[in-house]
Design a protein around this ligand. Structure first.
Ligand code: C2O
Ligand code: CU
Length: 530
């Protein structure tokens, strides 16, 4: 397929970096003017109009010194009060509540020292509304989003997406939930429907957030903190009534993966994934949730005794990370990371404590059927027997996709798709054997794969290439049902997804949602053409 010549690749790499800087500036100006012109056409009549300002702030997160964070401040300009739910005492942005079909305008203002742009993770909206890094705006500039909510009810989210600095901007606090909702009387609602944003952070002795300390190995692995915050709060506990709750889990961490389980061994009941409600509830011993993924969990506390303390844990697992010549034989990368104070991926930890009170609240019966999920038929794909391959691997000391790193405007032939077609893409964690021979898979890590602009369905998860000792520790935690926009691709794994490219043409990106990998260029454009 591709002819890879090492010398050429090295040469090309340097050119891409250099050209990238020029292209960012040219393309962001040109494209931006276009979309902003549309915005001023006044034809768009928003149901909800919100101002979101990315700014810096000091917050009392820990006892003692305040912590300097980034945050989205918000203001409701038009719309129902409930559309904008501001959260207190956290750096997290507001929760934006919308209904299917509503029109929303967001006036994004950048008060950060660096460029930024907002991506609406999971939404099916036009490319210039999606937060492609080419649209990043500088300090004091404004970007106006206007789009209609085309998605199913579900748990989506928003976060920055400027090239090479998404990791730090999310880390310092920029993220928020975007919930598409409609009446679901059989499900818990109001205060029984709760966000649960899982993140890890490291604070220094002055209570300031510590990101990467410049260590290249740490960057290649991705940021791992030494403490967990839930909903931006270090105090990870709450009292719950004897009632049924819906917890909308979002893994908003830069690179940490969680293996969610209840401390009493009760089933973890998933009712929704990244693309909304499942057809039927899925009951599991534990659920894997990788960065960018969401899972809605049903929990009935009615049968617990008052004062019962129930913990939500992340159980121990092996994430399959390895480094060294020829894969895992060279020893675990983690063994060489002892100088890093972050807690390794796969370490068992307590995430949250629920204390059941004696008070009762609404108890719901788990519906046998939750929603309609129309299955995309693999025969509808234009490439049913010939899925497009995407190798996520390590080459030339970098994380790459089919041997390439991100370029602001470049789209390869193998990244062009036709509007109104259905395709199957196969994501492979590992090289295609054409790179630098045995060097190419010398480093392996899990990659959470995210495709912008649409929701897909998982056709098949081939685990025959996954190390058995790794697979054993995670195998029951995958929900390969319903709609998704992000999935976990473990080392050696091959995952086929099916999706339809419709409504919008233009360039979207797809990438690894380990934010350090993304920032290092494990991201590419794909283009929908007429
Ligand atoms: Cu949540 Cu391109 O990212
Ligand atoms: Cu990755």
């Amino acid at each position: 397929m591709r002819i890879i010549n090492n010398t050429n690749l090295f040469g090309k790499g340097i050119v891409i970096v250099f050209m990238g800087v020029l292209l960012i500036q040219c393309s962001s100006k040109g494209q931006q003017e276009n979309s902003q012109k549309d915005v001023n056409s006044r034809q768009f009549k928003p149901d909800i109009d919100i101002e979101l300002t990315a700014t810096t702030k000091n917050m009392q997160l820990l006892p003692g010194e305040q912590t300097n964070v980034f945050t989205y401040e918000s203001k409701l300009i038009k719309g129902n009060e409930e559309s904008l739910e501001k959260l207190q005492g956290t750096y997290l942005g507001p929760i934006i509540h919308v209904k299917p079909g509503q029109k929303i305008r967001v006036r994004f203002k950048n008060q950060l020292p660096r460029e930024s742009i907002i991506h609406w993770h999971g939404l099916h909206i036009p490319p210039d509304m999606d937060g492609h890094p080419a649209y990043a705006i500088n300090k004091e500039e404004e970007y106006i989003y206007e789009f209609k909510v085309n998605n199913r009810p579900g748990t989506y989210w928003f976060h920055p997406h400027p090239h090479q600095i998404t990791g730090p901007q999310v880390y310092y606090g920029l993220a928020g939930m975007f919930i598409v909702e409609e009446e679901e009387p059989e499900l818990p609602s109001g205060k029984y429907d709760m966000p649960m944003v899982l993140q890890d952070r490291t604070f220094d002795t002055d209570n300031q957030l510590v990101y990467l300390k410049g260590n290249r190995m740490e960057r290649m692995r991705g940021f791992l903190g030494n403490r967990i915050l839930v909903n931006g709060d270090v105090d990870r506990q709450m009292e719950v009534k004897k009632a049924t709750y819906r917890f909308r889990f979002l893994n908003g961490s830069n690179s940490r993966i969680y293996k969610l389980a209840w401390s009493d061994g009760s089933d973890v009941i998933a009712i929704g994934t990244g693309g909304g409600l499942l057809e039927q509830p899925v009951e599991k011993d534990y659920i894997m949730i990788a960065p960018g993924e969401r899972v809605d969990i049903w929990k009935n506390f009615s049968d617990y005794n008052a004062n019962k303390k129930l913990k939500l844990k992340s159980l121990a697992f092996d994430d399959g990370t390895s480094m060294g010549m020829g894969g895992r034989m060279g020893g675990r990368m983690s063994n060489r990371m002892q100088d890093n104070q972050g807690v390794e991926n796969g370490t068992e930890m307590d995430l949250y404590t629920f204390t059941v009170t004696s008070e009762s609240g609404p108890e719901k019966k788990l519906p046998a059927r939750l929603s309609d999920v129309e299955k995309i038929n693999t025969d509808d794909a234009v490439n049913t027997s010939n899925p497009r391959p995407f190798h996520f691997s390590f080459e030339r000391m970098n994380w790459v996709i089919n041997g390439e790193t991100f370029d602001m405007t470049e789209v390869a032939d193998w990244e062009k798709v036709k509007l109104n077609t259905t395709e199957i893409w196969e994501f492979i964690n590992g090289g295609n054997g054409g790179g630098m021979g045995m060097m190419e898979d010398m480093m392996q890590m899990p990659h959470p794969v995210h495709i912008h602009g649409l929701q897909f369905q998982i056709v098949e998860r081939d685990v025959s290439g996954v190390d058995a000792s790794v697979w054993r520790t995670v195998k029951d935690g995958f929900i390969d049902k319903g709609w998704q926009d992000t999935f976990l691709l473990m080392p050696g794994m091959k995952v086929q997804v099916i999706m339809r490219f419709e409504d919008f043409t233009g360039k979207y990106i797809y990438h690894c949602h380990n934010l350090e990998h993304e920032d290092m260029g494990m991201m590419r454009n794909y283009e929908v053409i007429e």
